[in-house]
Write a protein that binds this ligand. Structure first.
Ligand SMILES: Nc1ncnc2c1ncn2[C@@H]1O[C@H](COP(=O)(O)OP(=O)(O)OP(=O)(O)O)[C@@H](O)[C@H]1O
Ligand SMILES: [Mg+2]
Length: 257
């Protein structure tokens, strides 16, 4: 990243802001107001969980973070780059977005080609591309499946293949929408280790609050298109009253039997 926006937090620590959302609102064509005046700053290198009940606006919010949806009101910046049509190619290199539905991410006839598609647009040599693609496929246990059509993968395999399309690009910001859906316990653990090993700015949407607890330092709760709470994960995720008032429950490991 070239320049980032420094911000003095209330306790006077200087934090470098990677992602800044100012007054973002969004309505779908049928009139549903999915986002209502969202303002949020995310520190570079941090890991933020976004949680909330079904329909709270989580996917609508994160689908703005790489320009898939463009702001109708308000603005979003990655570092000093505003997300707008003119900057979209640059934004796609900076921000990798894992869609909630992996079928939205995989569109070629071969797993290998889906993973190679992004790097082919980065100006790398063919040798660099094949090294990167092979490393990523092997890391996610997909190498043996590289010649399969994505539609023939299991749901969990598809989710890893969709994740591979992001990882192979080495983006500054990684945004994941429900990454643990469909994963068995061993692959869920593998994903926790992978995410925790990524030295990037991470934004993770999940209903799996134990996963959020294992991977995020901060948590935002969304409710009806607004940010209802934003704070350290250790405070938010053990606050039963706050969670229940937003139609959520304590992470399983914090629930008393
Ligand atoms: N294409 C669409 N057209 C109209 N309304 C939509 C559309 N997509 C989503 N919505 C509405 O926008 C609101 C927010 O939806 P969104 O998908 O962002 O919620 P979410 O928090 O991601 O929910 P979930 O946890 O179920 O994934 C909901 O009220 C939903 O019905
Ligand atoms: Mg969603």
């Amino acid at each position: 990243m070239g320049s980032l926006l420094p911000l003095a937090s209330p306790d006077l620590l200087i934090v470098t802001i990677m992602l800044s959302i100012q007054g973002l609102s969004f309505s779908y064509p049928d009139g549903t107001r999915a986002l209502d005046n969202i303002t949020l700053a995310i520190a570079a290198g941090s890991s933020t969980g976004i949680v909330g009940a079904n329909g709270a606006g989580k996917s609508t919010l994160v689908n703005h973070l790489n320009g898939y949806y463009l702001a109708q009101e308000g603005s979003i910046s990655i570092g000093n780059t505003k997300i707008c049509k003119k900057n979209i190619d640059h934004i796609h290199k900076l921000v990798g977005l894992l869609f909630q539905n992996p079928d939205d991410q995989l569109f070629t006839a071969r797993v290998y080609d889906d993973i190679a598609f992004g790097p082919e647009n980065l100006g790398l040599t063919p040798a660099e591309i094949s090294t990167r693609v092979e490393e990523t496929l092997r890391e996610l246990n997909l190498w043996e499946m590289r010649n399969k059509p994505p539609s023939h993968l299991s749901q969990g395999e598809k989710r890893f293949a969709a994740f591979a399309t992001l990882l192979v690009m080495k983006p500054e910001v990684i945004v994941m929408d429900e990454p643990t859906a469909d994963l068995d316990p061993k692959n869920r653990r593998k994903l926790i280790n992978l995410v925790n090993g990524l030295d990037r700015t991470k934004i993770i949407v999940s209903h799996d609050l134990d996963f959020i607890n294992d991977t995020c330092q901060r948590v935002c709760i969304m409710n009806k298109g607004r940010i209802a709470a934003n704070g350290p994960a250790k405070d938010i995720l053990c606050n039963r009253e706050l969670l229940e008032s937003n139609n959520l429950e304590l992470p399983l490991r914090l629930q008393r039997s």
